[in-house]
Design a protein around this ligand. Structure first.
Ligand code: SF4
Length: 386
């Protein structure tokens, strides 16, 4: 196939980056496509071979972005073009690099890439959500699901029962994971322990699982562990437990406070009060952990907006943040698989329109600007384990 666009390639940090017209395509060390980007558009590939096209509105902002999963025909066409351009760019590399990358690029036909979807399913149950700075971690599913699984806004784990893996199950998972990742494991940024609230695993079990992960993966991946924690089961962990887990390398924990409003929390079926959630977070802070606190902007709609922000601001004031902590503003997305809509109607709650949500985010940013933690966006629609 002839391409009229000029293509150039360069290789850095074991990645190949192709500039082809207004597109820039990235390929990993094995030659698999990672993502393509041009003005107002990105196309990203997940480890499960889903390819998501994201269109960015010219006026900026996150709410107006559109997300579309390419169907198999579109995906194959996209891959063919990206790989043809990549092969055409090899001439711009030094001969030795070009010789090294040529077979890698030739290997990844659309069919070969599609086989990753099946291989992914042999390792994982779907990875439905991660914190935004963990999309490139190595997810190890030491548990499946969430031990609570009833928050009104959350349908991430409705497809599975909560289960803590046995040693043998974890061993099999790690073996498959290593085979699936191959040399790509070196590019992962740390180990994220899944799924929804893996910190609930009893301390001795959690420590032995982390030890097994470390034994099995050795130095192939960063030694840092990360996980999600709920705010309502931490009473099962003593200060000594928290210290031992921290010393084993799990030092960053992400947790959904969602809101400081106890009325809204009750509506959302979020267990415990905001005060109890803050106390749990502060127990982690006392043990030295870095925390990511997730807030759900816009949940409850305009009716709750004022109370939601004021009470959340007050709750955040009670958290003993230290530098490096994060506060995530996560725009509420109506879940498919819960009775949120029905409950919202029963409580006469309407939803924010897109442009109102953008304003709401800006309002929260201003209100939280003076917090001693970094305040950043967390759009769950951006999630892709890639
Ligand atoms: S929000 Fe967290 S605690 Fe609530 S159901 Fe989802 S994973 Fe479980």
């Amino acid at each position: 196939m002839k391409h009229s666009v000029t293509t150039t390639a360069n290789v850095r940090a074991h990645r190949m980056v192709i500039q082809a017209g207004d597109w820039r395509y990235h390929f990993d060390r094995t030659g698999r496509f990672l993502f393509g980007v041009r003005a107002h558009e990105t196309v990203r590939r997940g480890l499960d071979d889903r390819v998501i096209q994201v269109r960015l509105p010219a006026e900026g902002g996150i709410i107006g972005r559109t997300y579309r999963t390419l169907d198999p025909v579109e995906k194959a066409a996209f891959y063919r073009r990206a790989y043809a351009l990549a092969r055409a760019s090899l001439g711009s590399l030094p001969a030795e690099q070009a010789a090294e990358w040529k077979p890698l690029l030739e290997r990844w036909t659309p069919e070969a890439l599609a086989a990753d979807a099946h291989a992914f399913r042999q390792v994982y149950l779907p990875i439905n959500i991660l914190p935004p700075d963990q999309y490139h971690a190595l997810v190890v599913q030491i548990t499946h699901g969430c031990s609570y699984n009833r928050c009104l806004f959350c349908d991430f784990y409705r497809d599975r029962r909560f289960h803590i893996k046995s040693k043998d199950e974890l061993q099999i998972h790690l073996d498959r994971l290593q085979r699936f990742m191959g040399p790509r494991i070196a590019d992962r940024s740390g180990v994220f322990l899944g799924d929804g609230n893996a910190f609930v695993v009893p301390t001795d079990k959690l420590l032995s699982m982390m030890e097994l992960v470390r034994e099995q993966l050795g130095s192939s991946v960063s030694e840092d562990f990360y996980t999600f924690m709920d705010t309502f089961t931490l009473e099962h962990k003593t200060p000594e437990d928290l210290r031992r887990i921290y010393e084993q390398g799990l030092r960053t924990v992400y947790t959904g406070l969602e809101t400081g409003s106890n009325r809204l929390r009750a509506f959302l079926r979020k267990p415990g009060t905001a005060e109890e959630a803050v106390a749990a977070i502060n127990r982690l802070k006392e043990a030295g952990y870095r925390i990511g606190v997730i807030l759900m902007v816009g949940v409850g709609g305009p009716k709750f907006a004022r109370e939601h922000l004021a009470a959340t601001r007050q709750a955040l004031n009670g958290i003993h943040f230290t530098p490096g902590d994060l506060v995530y503003l996560s725009p509420f997305v109506d879940p498919h698989d819960t009775d949120y809509d029905e409950q919202a109607r029963a409580h006469a709650l309407s939803a924010f329109l897109d442009e109102q949500m953008e304003e709401e985010l800006a309002r929260w940013r201003r209100a939280l600007a003076s917090l001693p933690a970094k305040v950043t966006l967390y759009s769950i629609r951006e999630h892709l384990y890639a």
